[in-house]
Each structure stands twice: as structure tokens, then as C-alpha cells.
Ligand binder design. Structure first.
Ligand code: 4AD
Ligand code: MG
Length: 464
């Protein structure tokens, strides 16, 4: 079947063209004059195409008047100028083929407004709503523009493994992967689980980050990025945590923390500009119904430089803010969401890059600064979302990395290949990870991270 996508009807078709469009009915209105208006959406764009179906169509009485929201059809006809004020064109149907009827009393997405909470229970259907259609198109744009940005800047796309034997963040928040029979777990003479009998002959998990593998390829190819799923078994039920999320991780050789911060800034600004340029209709929708400040915010951030401060400065700003934080700030604390938002919203009203965190709260691979108290880490904080990026310059000195691995309660022997990188032609290098769902949240104004990924995985939820 040769079909025209509805977005092309609005941009490419001429009055008088004969075309076929396919999609799902949003509404049907019957007019007294003996014809019906069908609002059709095919997902290609936000707008619906109005189909005029006259009573003289051979299946008008038998089928067309039985079309309700959700039904799927193909409509063939002529593009004509629309007399309505809502649209400049409509389709005058010469034939309508019904693929599937939709029972109005049972269909969960009727005309009534449905809460985002309820739609999560209908995640197999929610892509058909205005909100999730717009969301999916913006998410797609952000993914495509991510590849474009890195490709245009000469980064190579590298795929790192999803099943791994190492804990990148050293935080122990990993989902184990095993084929051992859980009813009959093999044990050694000391009673410990005998992983030599497991599928990979060792204990394995789903990756929390592709960084360690990414570093090895950056230290050969120069500039790489990954874009893949990552998994965290942290029991956080917040509006910005998922157990399965997508992360973009660039890694650059011969680079320090300042180069890293510059890359983060350039990449984020590219994304803001791209969404503004490529998704005007979908953004209009979010701006009208979800967050009235969205477009202004994106436009402002696309053009303004980010603020850079050290962790030590950030803490003293928080201490002197006079704000009664739930979690009282002090040097050495891990920054909480309320602190991140205060800095990027109230204090600076722009994205803030915080650098040089206390060694005690950051991962083993971050480069130890000369003060021996802080590491060359950075967090990028943005309004509404808080931490969007976490990154660092990597520890490139063999003796220091081995010591830091030990101090973090890990075994250098388990990271032998990671240490080899420091042994054989080590170079200064740096990188970061951007949480893809968090940038989708920011670019749509959606409050809850569960509503910016098709099928969210959170503690207690793995339906669909
Ligand atoms: O700060 P994180 O933990 O950094 C890393 O994983 C580094 N290995 C990245 C690197 O340097 N290559 O995570 C990076 C980003 C966070 O800033 C946040 O945006 C997102 O990933 N993130 C999550 N997003 C959704 N749900 C979660 N549970 C997330 N945990 C982190
Ligand atoms: Mg982080």
C-alpha cells in the first residue's frame, strides 16, 4: 500500500493530489448534512488530518458510522482546501477501508482526560495519546541529535557490554545475572556460592555504566561515545530515578576536566537548540499543557554560558543561603536534589558545573587533585532536574589508581585490565555520563521520569 504520512500532507501535498493516509481515529463527528468528520492521527506529527466522509460512500452506514476513537483505517481521497479555521487542508474521502474497529465502552483512551499515573498502567496504549506521541518524537530527536553532535565532532560510536564482571561505580547497586539454579545453589567447601559453575564462570551483573570499557577504546581511538542502557538496583522511588535508563558516555583522550566541562556544555546547548529547531509543534503542546516556562527556558539555556564553581564554593553558597534545607549542607556531604536545584534555579538561574568534589564521596576512578582531598570530578546541574551529567578526569597514574581501588574496598586484581591502561602508555583522559531520560524530562517539562521512557522499570514494576 502506498501511503502518505500525515506530516507530509501538511508540508508536501498540494490541493488536488490524490493520496491514501492510514492511522487511528481520534474523534468522529456526524453532521446533519449527511456526512462525517474523522480526525485521523498516524503518529508522524502532532496534528490530526480531518477526513470528510460523505454518506454516499458504500460502507458509510455499515462501517463509517461505527468508527470510534482508536479504530484504525486507510482513507483514500483528494486533498482539498478546508473551510474550517482549525486547518488549511482536509481529505475528501473517496473510499475508507477499516482495519480494526474499536469498542467505545471498553477502549481505555476515550475522550476523557486520564492522569499520567493511570496511563502508566496502560503503558501499552499510552503512545497513542497526544502527550506520549509528542514525547516519543522529542525523545527521538534528542537521540538522533546526540549521534549527530558526536559524529560531527569526530567521535566514534562504541558499544560496550551490558553484562559485566566489574562494578564501575563501586556502589554495589547491581542486578546480578546468573543461570545457576536458585533452588540448588552450588557451594564450595567454605559454603560460599561457587560461581565457577555459573554461565560465565564468575559472578556477573548488568552494567551500571559503560565507562571503564569506554576508557579502553578512547585510549586507542582518541574520542569515543557510548549510548546504551544501564541498570541500577538502587531502591529509590523518586521522580528522577529509574532502575533501567539510557546513558550517553563520551570519553576523550589527552583531555582534562576543563575540556570535559566544555564538551558537556557544547553538547547540552546543541540538544537545546536542536529540539527548539526540530520539534516546534510538540514543544508548543508541552509548553501549553505541561510547563508554561518550557520554551523560554530552552531558548535561554541554548544561548547562555554555564556557570562553573568548585564544590567548596558551592557548599559555602549553600551554607550562607539562609535557606532551611531539609538536609543541612556541610563540606564533605553528597549534594542532595534540593541543593542542586537551589544552585541552578535560585542562585544562578542557569546550568551550573560543580567541580572538585571530596575524594570520600566519589568513585575510585576520578583523578586525585594535588590537595589530596578532592578529585577532578564534575556534576552538571540544570534547573528542574538537578544533576543531569556526572563526569571526571580519570586517574591515569598506576600507583594512585591501585591505591584508590583498594581504599574503595575493591580489589585491584579484579580491575587488572583497567590498570593495564595505566601501565602501557597511559594518557590523561576524561569523560562523562548524561542520563538520557533526565534530558528528555528537561526538554519536555515532564515531572516524572517514568513518563519519559516507553516502559519504565522501577522498584516493584516490570509490567509490559
Ligand atoms: O553520575 P553517574 O552515576 O556517573 C556515571 O555513571 C559515570 N560512570 C559516567 C561517566 O563518567 N562516564 O551517572 C551519570 C548520569 C547522572 O548524572 C544522571 O543524569 C543519570 O546518569 N542517572 C540516572 N538517571 C536515571 N535513573 C537513575 N537511577 C540514574 N542514575 C544516574
Ligand atoms: Mg552522579
Amino acid at each position: 500500500m502506498k501511503r502518505t504520512q500525515i506530516k507530509d500532507v501538511f508540508t508536501g501535498a498540494n490541493y488536488g493530489d490524490e493520496i491514501t493516509v492510514c492511522g487511528w481515529i481520534k474523534t468522529r463527528r456526524d453532521s446533519k448534512g449527511g456526512f462525517s468528520f474523522l480526525e485521523l492521527n498516524d503518529g508522524s506529527c502532532f496534528k490530526n488530518l480531518q477526513i470528510v466522509a460523505e454518506a454516499k460512500l458504500q460502507n458509510y452506514e455499515s462501517e463509517i458510522v461505527k468508527l470510534f476513537p482508536g479504530a484504525s483505517i486507510a482513507a483514500t481521497g483528494i486533498v482539498v482546501k478546508s473551510p474550517g479555521k482549525e486547518q488549511d487542508r482536509e481529505l475528501n474521502a473517496s473510499s475508507i477501508k477499516v482495519f480494526g474497529f474499536c469498542e467505545p465502552l471498553e477502549y481505555p483512551l476515550g475522550k476523557q482526560k486520564i492522569s499520567f499515573e493511570r496511563l502508566r498502567e496502560l503503558a501499552h496504549m499510552r503512545a497513542r495519546t497526544n502527550t506520549f506521541g509528542a514525547l516519543a518524537r522529542i525523545r527521538n530527536t534528542l537521540a538522533f541529535e546526540t549521534h549527530k553532535f558526536f559524529q560531527n565532532n569526530d567521535f566514534y560510536y562504541v558499544n560496550t557490554p551490558i553484562i559485566t564482571g566489574s562494578d564501575c561505580e563501586g556502589a554495589g547497586e547491581m542486578f546480578q545475572v546468573t543461570t545457576l539454579n536458585l533452588d540448588k545453589i552450588p557451594r564450595d567447601e567454605k559454603g560460599a556460592i561457587d560461581y565457577s559453575l555459573d554461565f560465565f564462570g564468575k559472578k556477573t551483573s548488568l552494567t551500571v555504566s559503560g565507562q571503564l570499557d569506554g576508557e579502553t577504546w578512547a585510549c586507542a581511538l582518541g574520542k569515543i561515545y557510548t549510548f546504551g542502557p544501564t541498570f541500577r538496583a538502587e531502591n529509590s522511588n523518586t521522580r528522577r530515578h529509574l532502575a533501567e535508563f539510557w546513558m550517553i558516555e563520551p570519553e576523550i583522550a589527552f583531555a582534562d576536566i576543563d575540556d570535559d566541562a566544555q564538551l558537556a556544555e557544547d553538547y547540552l546547548r546543541h540538544l537545546f537548540k536542536a529540539v527548539l529547531a526540530n520539534c516546534p509543534e510538540d514543544l508548543d503542546f508541552f509548553n501549553k499543557f505541561v510547563d508554561k516556562t518550557l520554551k523560554d527556558r530552552l531558548a535561554k539555556l541554548a544561548d547562555s554560558p554555564f556557570k562553573r564553581i568548585s564544590y567548596t564554593e558551592a557548599v559555602s553558597i549553600l551554607e550562607q543561603s539562609g535557606v532551611n534545607f531539609e538536609f543541612k549542607p556541610f563540606w564533605g556531604m553528597d549534594m542532595q536534589s534540593e541543593h542542586e536545584r537551589y544552585l541552578s534555579e535560585q542562585k544562578f538561574d542557569c546550568p551550573v558545573i560543580v567541580t572538585d568534589f571530596p575524594v570520600g564521596i566519589k568513585a575510585f576512578y576520578m583523578r586525585l587533585n594535588d590537595d589530596n582531598k578532592t578529585v577532578a570530578a564534575m556534576d552538571v546541574l540544570i534547573p528542574q532536574v538537578g544533576e543531569i551529567i556526572g563526569g571526571s578526569q580519570r586517574e591515569e597514574r598506576l600507583d594512585v589508581i591501585e591505591r584508590r581501588i583498594r581504599e574503595s574496598g575493591l580489589e585491584p586484581a579484579d580491575y587488572w585490565w583497567y590498570c593495564d591502561l595505566r601501565k602501557y602508555g597511559t594518557v590523561p583522559h576524561a569523560g562523562f555520563g548524561l542520563g538520557f531520560e533526565r534530558i528528555v524530562q528537561f526538554c519536555t517539562g515532564m515531572h516524572n521520569i517514568r513518563d519519559v521512557i516507553p516502559f519504565p522499570r522501577t522498584p516493584g514494576n516490570a509490567e509490559f
